[in-house]
Write a protein of this length. Structure first.
Length: 584
């Protein structure tokens, strides 16, 4: 039966394909694709984990006291049967062999498939057997991860009826769309070079990092879809309408045909925009506009060049630090990464932002969740770096060394206090001194500050005394100005880049930069929003940094713009007491 789920449109376009569910687990589970030659090894990993749990349960049975309740012995039998059930073992092998899922992903995927079958059973007793299944899978995952299992399985009822024929037909050649409750930035990096045609998540806002990375991949995405991961089943046909923020599940042939036509229209529009790649971004009245790219990994640089970027306005270096189980990259590894980005940009400038972790980008998700009452206001970004000077200088030395091979700008996130500025600049001086002491070559860098908290915007004159350039991070600036968690779908409707308070802060920073002859760039999601391009031009912005996939659409707006006409209109928008539409 066809039904729809509504969420937030965050990456435009249409995706049609089979659903791939990333099942939630009480343990952190890695999700990645393996190579065909690794398939047997992954199957063996699952087999070894299962066998270890079987041996563990059999030992428990053998050591059971004579006066132990009969139900406990029966429960162990249930868990042993579940572990050896073909519905579980054969299903896991299917996902590894046919879809090339890693072992943990395959195990949690098949758990989801079988668990849905239990949920549909009319017999309440049988429905409750899902908990037994979850417990044995949890035990296998623990053994695969090298974490000790509990002494005995939690209490449950002893009987169970085996479920068979749970595997779906193989559909390896059709497009796949990812459906999950949530995806961390590290998860998104794993999937970035994947086969997925689109993304759907239950949670998140328009500037959550799931949304940001989906836009950087130029694929349709819907976030904040609430219960999508519960309603959509493994291998369901679904349509992602990234323009309307709608997911259509089990579409009828008529709906499929309509969206297939719309999908082809989107492709034609992309082909038309591609012709602008080598056209200089100059307005009708002769202003040259700098269109830069945001990247997360060094390997993103060639895509930025292909999209027509004239440099990198934001290299989010924190993505080098994520998903490493606490082992942070050393100086040489970071140096090689920054050097790779420079080489990939073919001589064009690269702006590297120092590590910005915390809030929605934790290095360790559990620590992030358990230790901070409000992570968005806690130890994050430059605060995190200044709290660990040795780590901070390791990154600074790597950036300075890379600057010997090309034009590098160094950008510092979330500064708000003059003493933070002074401490940061002192760390840069120390990093240079350490390289001098080692006799290591390094190059000159321009130093810049992110304007992403209201305090920084209001102190813009002070900031410009210390820095060569400024970058406005609109994602956080909107969040902090309006007191809205930008990843929370419950308040997403209040997140508005056109709020007069936000626009006035942005306009003041742009104007002060122009007065002092220093560059101001907008590098938040607002920069890549074509509905905002003319307004930002009217406010005097001449440098935009966005995901490569958005550059050509923004360039088209630039080529059609006359800033002489836009400036008076932008002032009217700025003077309004309520957010207004940006169309003229």
């Amino acid at each position: 039966m066809t039904f729809s789920v509504h969420g937030l449109a965050v990456a435009r376009g249409i995706a049609i394909g089979r659903a791939v569910l990333v099942a939630s687990s009480r343990m952190d589970v890695a999700h990645y694709f393996v190579k065909p030659e690794q398939v047997e090894g992954e199957i063996e990993r699952v087999r070894n984990g299962r066998n270890a749990v079987v041996e563990e349960l059999q030992r428990l049975q053998a050591d059971m006291p004579a006066d132990a309740p009969h139900e406990l012995t029966a429960l162990l039998d249930v868990h042993l049967m579940l572990l050896q059930d073909e519905a579980l073992t054969g299903g896991v092998k299917h996902w590894i062999t046919e879809r090339l899922y890693n072992a943990e992903w395959a195990l949690t995927t098949q758990l989801e498939v079988i668990a849905r079958q239990f949920d549909e059973m009319e017999d309440e007793y049988l429905r409750e057997r899902k908990a037994d299944l979850e417990q044995v899978v949890e035990r296998v995952l623990r053994h695969m991860k090298g974490v000790a299992s509990p002494v005995a399985p939690p209490a449950s009822s002893p009987r169970r009826k085996t479920q068979q024929d749970l595997l779906l037909d193989d559909t390896v050649d059709v497009p796949l769309v990812l459906v999950a409750h949530d995806l961390s930035p590290a998860d998104m990096l794993q999937f970035k070079q994947s086969v997925f045609a689109g993304f759907v998540t239950d949670v998140g806002g328009k500037t959550s990092h799931t949304a940001i990375v989906a836009r950087s991949m130029d694929i349709p995405a819907v976030v904040g879809a609430r219960s999508a991961s519960q309603l959509v089943r493994q291998d369901d046909w679904i349509i992602i309408d990234g323009d309307a923020g709608v997911i259509i599940v089990d579409p009828s042939p008529i709906i499929l045909a309509e969206y297939g036509f719309r999908q082809r229209q989107v492709e034609l529009e992309r082909e038309r925009l591609a012709r602008l790649r080598h056209t200089p971004a100059i307005t009708l009245d002769g202003h040259r506009i700098e269109l830069l790219a945001n990247i997360e990994q060094p390997g993103d640089a060639p895509a930025a060049v292909r999209a027509g970027a004239v440099g990198v306005g934001l290299f989010r270096s924190e993505f080098l630090f994520m998903g490493r189980s606490g082992n942070l990259p050393g100086e040489d590894e970071q140096y090689r990464a920054y050097r790779e980005a420079l080489d990939g940009m073919e001589g064009m400038p690269v702006t590297i932002r120092t590590i910005d972790v915390g809030a929605d980008k934790p290095l360790d998700h559990k620590a992030h969740k358990d230790n901070y009452l409000n992570p968005a206001l806690g130890l994050r970004a430059i605060r995190w770096s200044l709290a660990d000077p040795a780590m901070f200088r390791t990154q600074l030395r790597a950036v300075l060394r890379a600057a010997a091979h090309g034009k590098v700008n160094l950008l510092f996130p979330m500064l708000a206090h003059t003493h933070e500025i002074q401490q940061t600049l002192a760390q840069v001086d120390l990093a240079r001194a350490e390289l001098d002491a080692r006799g290591e070559a390094y190059g000159p860098v321009q130093l810049g500050a992110m304007i992403e908290v209201p305090a920084a915007a209001l102190m813009v004159r002070t900031f410009l005394k210390y820095f060569d350039f400024l970058s406005i991070g609109t994602n956080d600036l909107i969040q902090y100005t309006l007191a809205i968690d930008r990843a929370d779908e419950a308040v997403a409707h209040l997140y508005n880049p056109l709020h007069p308070a936000v626009l006035r802060l942005v306009a003041d920073v742009i104007a002060e930069g122009e007065r002092q002859g220093k560059s101001v760039c907008v590098c938040g999601e607002t920069a890549g929003d074509v509905s905002m391009t003319r307004l930002l031009l009217g406010l005097g912005l001449r440098s935009f940094s966005m995901h490569p996939a958005q550059i050509l659409a923004v360039k088209q707006e630039v080529l059609r713009a006359d800033t002489r006409k836009l400036a008076p209109w932008a002032q009217l928008v700025l003077d309004s007491e309520e957010p207004v539409a940006t169309g003229q």
